[in-house]
Design a binder for this molecule. Sequence first.
Ligand code: NAP
Length: 312
Amino acid sequence: MATTRKVLIIGSGPAGYTAAIYAARANLAPLMLIGVQFGGQLMLTTLVENYPGFVEGIQGPELMETMQKQAAHFGTEMIPEDVTAVDFSVRPFVVTAGEQAFEAHTVVIATGASSKLLGLPAESKLMGRGVSTCATCDGFFFKDQNIMVVGGGDSALEEALYLSRLGRRVDVVHRRDALRGSKIMQERAFKNPKIEFLWNRAVDDILDVDKGKVTSVRLKNVKTSALEERPVDGLFVAIGHQPNTQLFRGQIELLPNDYIKVKPGTTQTSVAGVFAAGDVQDFTYRQAVTAAGTGCMAALEAERYLEATQAH
Ligand code: NAP
């Protein structure tokens, strides 16, 4: 095993790169395991207009490449491997990626979350071409158009309410006849004249892959099996997120919803020296800029921890 790292960062979204930039500038020579596919959820979006510093916005993948270059510029070492195991019961910690095992005095977990998807072939083909998982990222492209949102939880209601300010009409498709979302959000959505609920329906197909854009959605009534086609310009899939925490189960404390539990106002996990930043510990804001903010916090907290434990 090579020398023990001061800071090892798992994940390469805005939280991971920001942690790397701060740790590298603090002379902590961070090692980042960026994964086989680097960049996180922003690699799946197009124009990002709400990340400060870009007057006319920036493409999601370009933003992530820029962050990567910035982290590399200050000396972050990056390995394009997926982490396969961690051991936080030993000191230094051990993180395994493929054939290699790395030792580290501190670990920053920034593995993010993934949007749950419907799993239809057309969904992946039309992702970014009318299908989206993020209203605040892509809603703007559907100004005065017909929009559909799938899901019955708070995410779906929040997306529908947000999109109702932009679109002409917002259909909310839910597979049951009762919502899972909170009462207050339900009331707001029911009161909104632009929002219509289509109950007991599942998305059967999204058209039109041949045209390379969304033109309509075919719905199936789950009770009667009747099919219907609704013309829409955009489909927002809001059926929940899954934090990428499978690796850490049994190693650090997770919340009942599988997100990593951190001490409020910090990025400290239940294991001293292990920090969690970004969407893997945030089910409330889930923004690139808040992820970057907690990435910064994690690097500063790791630095303080190293100083306090004299491993620096
Ligand atoms: P959620 O509460 O788990 O709701 C997911 C919804 O998607 C459910 O209605 C579910 O249907 C539906 N669904 C799941 N898989 C589906 C599939 N394959 N096909 C069709 N529909 C499917 O997830 P969430 O809405 O992301 O909320 C997660 C947590 O974050 C909740 O605790 C929520 O309160 C919180 N949150 C809060 C806010 C806010 O307060 N502003 C905003 C967003 C999220 P069923 O109901 O039939 O299971």
